[in-house]
Design a protein around this ligand. Structure first.
Ligand SMILES: N=CN[C@@H](CCC(=O)O)C(=O)O
Ligand SMILES: [Zn+2]
Length: 412
């Protein structure tokens, strides 16, 4: 099956030569492109591309005229909690009235609120609702996604979440990676015996999760009031023994040591990073862990933003992800996320697009598969609505830039 897209106004993120795994520092400001281009898809993969003055003469099974439109690799959202039972709009109102996210959590709301709702929820219904959310974010340009457990906080409920994620994966709509996040909060019944909860995760949950192949990564919320650096180390060491690489929540609310412990344990990414200074930047420079910023959560909670400029100016890569979850970010809209990154973190549109394409792919170990327009990569692409150039995407905030999505080479 061949699909030929012609008359593309700008084809962005084109890559020829050796596969790049990430884009870092000053290079993030550059978005390689071809003007007035064509792209050929064969059997779900990008076959070739070039300028319209050398368009191939062939009778493709399907032809798409993309006059006036841009084509980009689909967004890769490398951090979500898309499987959840119920929204938490009452906490949103409490926060407006001055109660902080941490106070809500201390009083048994927040993650524990979501855990109570999820434990009672029928698995089929949980799947149906989550699938609907997945379709919604795909329509907004997401072409690969990571989804975490972490609202189970007990063996059976964590496994239920991970089974739901596996079913989402099995739809083959887009690539899905799963992270095991039982260390998201201490359940009420373990509040006075935290060691026992860590033991439960390591001795009971991890063997089952790994044994049933339910997760790609191990996550932990390394934060004051949640899981300490020592707790996190213990969990990550155990996870490595089962072949689960770390991807952790770090430095959202405090300079918690999460970045350093993540780098030390070769985490694929450390995510959130509102609290990042010289020490954290030095740690990131010493390893290969991707700094992933979640500014839509900072926006929704009204807390300080991540120092993206400092991180990029230190020569590091930056990845952006949505953090879609019912508490701190009830939106998986990557377009709005890019607007926040541009206006609040002072990232340029090109940097933001690099952060949600190639660096997003790297944060899910999908760089050979997603994130650029390169021969052999999966044809998960965005054909935008008519627009002049990619700067318009974060500029036109609140509107969906997607005209049509192509997934696995098929026009959706
Ligand atoms: N910070 C920890 N976990 C999630 C929020 C979870 C929730 O509030 O339900 C996050 O990444 O923001
Ligand atoms: Zn999160």
């Amino acid at each position: 099956m061949q699909t030929l897209i012609t008359h593309i106004k700008h084809l962005y993120q084109v890559e020829t030569g050796a596969v790049k795994h990430t884009v870092a520092g000053a290079d993030m400001a550059h978005l390689p492109e071809l003007e007035n281009a064509w792209l050929l898809i064969e059997n779900g993969r990008i076959h070739s591309f070039g300028s319209m003055d050398q368009v191939p003469e062939l009778r493709a099974d399907e032809s798409i005229d993309a006059s006036g439109c841009l084509v980009l690799p689909a967004w890769v959202d490398s951090h979500t909690h898309l499987v959840f039972a119920a929204p938490r709009e009452e906490e949103f109102v409490d926060r407006i009235k001055g109660v902080s996210y941490e106070e809500i959590a201390r009083k048994g709301g927040g993650i524990l609120n979501s855990a109570r709702r999820l434990r009672d929820m029928d698995e089929e219904l949980l799947y149906e609702q989550s699938l609907q959310r997945l379709h919604q974010v795909v329509a907004q340009g997401t072409g690969a996604i990571e989804i975490k457990s972490g609202y189970g906080l007990g063996t059976e409920a964590e496994l239920k979440m991970l089974r739901v994620i596996r079913r989402l994966k099995e739809t083959n709509l887009i690539p899905v990676k799963a992270s095991f996040l039982a260390a998201h909060a201490y359940p009420v019944e373990y509040k006075e015996n935290k060691t026992a909860y860590i033991k439960l995760i390591i001795d009971e949950m991890l063997p089952r999760v790994a044994g049933e192949g339910l997760a790609d990564y191990m996550d932990a919320f390394c934060e004051e009031g949640f899981f300490s650096v020592a707790d996190t180390e213990q969990l990550l060491e155990a996870a490595w023994k089962y072949g689960l690489k770390p991807k952790i929540h770090a430095n959202q609310l405090h300079y918690s040591g999460g970045v350093e412990v993540g780098v030390k344990h070769n985490a694929v990414s450390v995510d959130h990073l509102e609290c990042v200074g010289d020490k954290e930047i030095a740690a990131l420079q010493s390893g290969n862990t991707m700094p992933t910023l979640l500014p839509a959560a900072a926006f929704f909670l009204g807390i300080q933003y991540q120092p993206a400029r400092r991180i990029i100016d230190a020569g590091l890569p930056v990845c952006l992800a949505s953090d879609y979850n019912p508490g701190s970010c009830p939106s998986g809209n990557m377009n709005l996320l890019m607007t926040i990154a541009c206006t609040q973190l002072k990232m340029t549109p090109a940097e933001a697009i690099n952060a949600v394409t190639l660096n997003g792919a790297a944060a899910l170990e999908l760089s050979t598969e997603m994130g650029t327009i390169a021969a052999g990569k999966r044809a998960n692409l965005i054909i935008t609505r008519p627009m002049n150039n990619a700067n318009f995407i974060p500029y036109d905030f609140g509107n969906n830039p997607v005209g049509r999505m192509i997934l696995n080479g098929k026009l959706m």
